[in-house]
Design a protein around this ligand. Structure first.
Ligand code: GTP
Length: 416
């Protein structure tokens, strides 16, 4: 058999048009389809004083009408209001959880103001850790309630941050991504706003408070993210009112001197916030929550439980070894406690026994004493009886002798 090597000439080649994807280049599409089917979830924590505009901003961001009723200024403690909503935009479903502070900043005790927030964030990490440690885990059905972002509402004082702002942010900055916002920014003039922004950033830096930085490591978003970092804290305005500007209806706030358009970048930073939060960095916020904040909590918790990656000799130590060591430690502790209990029990028994013996001895002594007293009394009575008998005998003797000595007397006595 002879083989002839066929080499096509260039003008013999057929060009085919590609009508679809094939091979593993379809992998991203599979991921996108699966994510869309599963839906997304996002959890926002809004921290700010009562009436600072938290609900209005969330409504403006998500184009919803979630606000129910105004909170009172007279709560004795800070509380949290948790609401979960199912939202849909084209074919993308979003499970949005909004956690809002209630009564924040209305009390004198500042520590009591931020503690419920810290406890809530930790409780969500703890719930996730418990799910992770389960033998039968069900992350598909599990509602991950860890907070992905904290929108911190700063009062538009134009002056500086309040001590409560610094205290709270300092406490939670290692637990959550903080995006600081100047609330109701329409109440502050443009020049004051720039000075206020600089003041806030320098105060945050001075107090070592870490706020969320839009990531600059992805080249597609690096440029916009870096420039947005320069605009922090965002000066936002919220409104669900539709106001007529020229021939258009826009969302804004109508004032006697004009209209503030919420979605006009010359008027406020609302659009910047919406783009950064929802369009560009939502996934990064979730990733940072998992990789940085949750990881820190998990590490702290496992170390506290006695787990470690390296032994005392700096050699890697397996989970099994840690488990065995913990089991042995627990067994030893139980033995020690049992011995201690036994010892304490014997000590108490001995103490009780000694107390009983002492009481018995006391009773015995008392008995002996009473017996002695009784005997003495008997002896005394015996003596008295003996004396009495002697006296009687003496008496009879005297009587007898007196009878023999006396002459008979003629009696003419009347017998009674
Ligand atoms: P609580 O949930 O009761 O603590 O209030 P909140 O922080 O959710 O404030 P809310 O959104 O209810 O707003 C309180 C008032 O402030 C309402 O009358 C809003 O119309 C008004 N408001 C909200 N956002 C802005 C804003 O950006 N600028 C101005 N000027 N007013 C605003």
């Amino acid at each position: 058999i002879r083989y002839v090597l066929y080499q096509p000439r260039e003008d013999d080649l057929r060009c085919l048009t590609l009508f679809g994807h094939f091979g593993f280049e379809c992998l991203p599409h599979q991921l996108v389809n699966r994510s869309i089917q599963q839906g997304f979830s996002f959890n926002i924590l809004c921290v700010g004083e009562t009436g600072i505009g938290k609900s209005t901003l969330i409504d403006t961001l998500f184009n919803t009408n979630l606000k129910d009723k105004k909170s009172s200024h007279f709560y004795s403690n800070v509380g949290l209001k948790i609401q979960t909503y199912e939202l849909q935009e084209s074919n993308v479903q979003l499970k949005l959880t909004v956690v809002k502070t209630v009564g924040y900043g209305d009390q004198i005790n500042k520590e009591a103001s931020y503690q419920p927030i810290v406890d809530y964030i930790d409780a969500q990490f703890e719930a996730y850790l418990q799910e992770e440690l389960k033998i039968r885990r069900s992350f598909l059905e599990y509602h991950d309630s860890r907070i992905h972002v904290c929108l911190y509402f700063i009062s538009p004082t134009g002056h500086s941050l309040k001590s409560l702002d610094l205290l709270t942010m300092k406490t939670i900055d290692s637990k959550v991504n903080i995006i600081p916002l100047i609330a109701k920014a329409d109440t502050i003039s443009k020049s004051d706003l720039q000075i206020f922004k600089c003041k806030i950033m320098s105060e945050l830096a001075h107090n070592g408070i870490q706020i969320y930085q839009f990531p600059a490591d992805d080249e597609t978003t690096a440029h916009v993210n870096s420039s947005m970092n320069e605009h922090l804290p965002f000066a936002v305005v919220g409104s669900m009112e539709e106001v007529k500007v020229g021939k258009r209806m826009v969302r804004g706030r109508q004032y006697p001197w004009g209209v503030l358009q919420v979605e006009n970048e010359n008027h406020c930073d609302f659009v910047k916030l919406r783009d950064m939060l929802l369009c560009t960095n939502m996934e990064d916020l979730k990733e940072q929550t998992h990789r940085q904040h949750y990881e820190r909590y998990r590490c702290y918790k496992l170390l506290k439980m006695g787990f470690t990656d390296v032994g005392p000799d700096n050699q890697p130590i397996s989970f099994q070894e840690t488990y065995e060591a913990k089991k042995q430690e627990f067994y030893d502790r139980c033995l020690r406690e049992e011995e201690e209990l036994k010892h304490r029990f014997m000590q108490r028994v001995n103490e009780k026994e000694a107390a009983f013996k002492e009481a018995e001895k006391e009773l015995q002594d008392k008995f002996e004493h009473l017996k002695r007293v009784q005997q003495e009394k008997i002896m005394k009575l015996e003596e008295e009886r003996r004396q009495l008998e002697e006296e009687i005998i003496e008496f009879y003797k005297m009587k007898a002798s007196s009878e023999t000595l006396q002459p008979p007397v003629c009696t003419n006595l009347r017998k009674d």
